[in-house]
Design a protein around this ligand. Sequence first.
Ligand SMILES: Nc1ncnc2c1ncn2[C@@H]1O[C@H](COP(=O)(O)OP(=O)(O)OP(=O)(O)O)[C@@H](O)[C@H]1O
Length: 288
Amino acid sequence: MSAILSVKNLTHIYMKGTPLQHQALFGVDVEVNEGECIAIIGHTGCGKSTLIQHFNGLQLPQGGSVVIDGVDLSKPKLDVKSLRRKVGLVFQNPEDQIFEKIIGDDIAYGPLKMGLPMKEVVSRVRWAMDMVGLDFEEMKDRVTFALSGGQKRKVALAGILALKPKIIVLDEPTAGLDPYSRNELLARIKRLNKEEKVTVIFVSHNMEEVAFMADRVYVMAGGKVVHSGTPREIFSNKALMREHHIGMPESVEILHELQDQGYAVKTGSFEVHEAAREILSILPTAKG
Ligand SMILES: Nc1ncnc2c1ncn2[C@@H]1O[C@H](COP(=O)(O)OP(=O)(O)OP(=O)(O)O)[C@@H](O)[C@H]1O
């Protein structure tokens, strides 16, 4: 695997030189390999959104460097359009991303702007709708304003996918969704990552989601990366999670609680069936 995204010593100061100046990033290093699924977690205000806004040129490096698929974002005359075809950023609020009245038109917007022939545009819209689980025939002519929150999220994601980006960046992809819609959308994103080999980077406050999706996790605090590792490594580090006010998957929380009470359980198991096995393993030697 080779690095498709490399961030080195990135700094960012909002409203530099004004009385409202605020430094949001203090020398961040992130390296993402092609095909990986990466989670970025951390307490609110730690700089996650600021960081990911650099990935498609919404913010440009003030200090340090960001190189994506061979494109150095510090270079003068950066071709932002071509960068945004490589990296699709899906905002937290889908309404910030849906502009057209009709679903099919909205998803076709990017490919049409790219000047692709109509046949290719239609084929991309079909593919993108299929990837996110929207039925093409049933949904393409429906109006966007009448959709549910979950459907809007799917339309926003399909609009990005229709550009066939190598990397998708998702800011809290399932915030506000019910558990069924959340799991369905996560399974779709996982399929994009594992089968279509799209590199995925997502920000999340939902640790179940991080445990289910991520190959690796970056933990941010105070504008810095304070730790990185597999979900297993991160969630077995209770001190780290507590120090940075980050929750854990509930199954891991239960295992940590048992460990605190003196039971010999391993805390790196975060899938429910693993955690259940771990708990069952201590039953014969249970205290009291
Ligand atoms: N446009 C802006 N102008 C000034 N300060 C900003 C701006 N955007 C963000 N900040 C500040 O920069 C810091 C990092 O914000 P950022 O949105 O990157 O955090 P975050 O980790 O994504 O937070 P959350 O989890 O709440 O979305 C915060 O202190 C925030 O108040």
